[in-house]
Design a protein around this ligand. Structure first.
Ligand code: PAF
Length: 325
């Protein structure tokens, strides 16, 4: 095992909320910068203590020990310059209320959730949404495998304050400096929907078929996946969202690029944890209803996933108010 280190000098207090796969991955990589203070906030006191102020990062077959402060007490962290929100969509409101001590007038919040249902809860002021294709699998609490260095895009949904804009430039530099390819976009809604449609196609089906992403390239899953994405595309069109790439082709490409990955939804089902079906296919159904767009394929996926969860005795939401999965 080797210690993470680098010679990068930057100075920000950065908090990552949520010790799931993505939160652990971001926290581990950020701990490689020198001069920044990096914190990971977990609502679970015992788990936070057991992680013992380090994340184990499995990357390219090697294991790295990445030191940082892990705590369940937001007061210990105090006001942070930059806050990455890495909890499940359904847990956003609870997580933010538990993390109040992190926020001050200069804080920049960067939510990285899958799906769209959390967007209405978040106030757009000085918040830049992140959409990432970084692959991460949580092997056990505090131990994460980096499954692929996908591009991260971050952008404001409304005109930001000059201070927030400057901070976002700094954030992007910090992420790039530790090898997370990151760019700023002025079209973040397009990328949110682009990722949503990939998740619509992949996540529920991998959970239903209990298979890695690459298996969806085979029939009958392939046709179902493409049909689900096509329905989503119709909703995006109705909403006036310009999709940057062909969503069906993008979804097929993600299946190829992440062929061995276990999707986040299948990871949740296998661990008997609540899934993000309501934030992904479920949220799409809500949007479709607004435009009277029939969604037989997505409706069926939601039904089948519910059935799968019942068979495996996974409650759809383990706890409505849980801060973290
Ligand atoms: O949720 C996931 O697992 C990921 O967003 C993706 C892109 C489907 C890859 O597994």
């Amino acid at each position: 095992m080797v210690n993470c280190s680098s010679d990068l000098i930057v100075t920000m207090k950065i908090a990552v909320i949520g010790p799931g796969a993505l939160g652990a991955l971001f926290a581990a990589y950020l701990s490689r910068t020198v001069g920044n203070e990096i914190f990971l906030l977990d609502h679970y006191r015992q788990r936070a203590a057991e992680m013992n102020n380090r994340i184990l990062l499995v990357d390219d077959g090697r294991e790295f020990s990445c030191p940082l402060t892990i705590t369940a007490d937001a007061e210990v962290i105090g006001p942070a310059d930059l806050i990455f929100l890495c909890v499940k969509s359904a847990d956003v409101a609870g997580a933010l209320s538990g993390a109040r001590p992190l926020f001050f007038s200069e804080s920049l919040l960067v939510p990285l959730e899958n799906g769209i249902s959390h967007l209405d809860i978040l106030s757009p002021c000085d918040m830049a949404i992140g959409v990432t294709a970084q692959g991460a699998t949580l092997l056990e609490p505090g131990r994460v495998r980096h499954g692929g260095n996908g591009l991260t895009r971050i952008g404001f949904r409304q005109t930001p304050s000059p201070k927030a804009e400057k901070k976002l430039n700094k954030v992007v530099n910090v992420l790039n400096s530790v090898g997370f390819i990151t760019e700023i976009t002025t079209e973040i809604d397009s990328y949110i929907w682009n990722k949503l449609l990939v998740n619509v196609g992949i996540n529920a089906l991998t959970a239903i078929y209990d298979c890695p992403n690459g298996k969806l390239l085979e029939e009958p899953a392939r046709s179902r996946m493409l049909a689900a994405v096509r329905e989503g595309e119709l909703v995006a069109e109705a909403r006036g969202i310009r999709l940057p790439h062909d969503p069906q082709e993008t979804t097929l490409q993600v299946c190829r690029d992440t062929a061995d990955n276990i999707s986040s939804m299948l990871q949740d089902v296998r661990r008997s944890r609540s899934t993000e079906i309501n934030a992904i296919n479920g949220a799409l159904l809500v949007e479709a209803d607004r435009f009277n767009i029939p969604m037989p394929v997505n409706r069926q996926l939601v039904r089948e996933l519910e059935h799968t969860l019942k068979l495996r005795s996974v409650p759809e939401r383990l706890s409505k108010n849980a801060l973290f999965p």
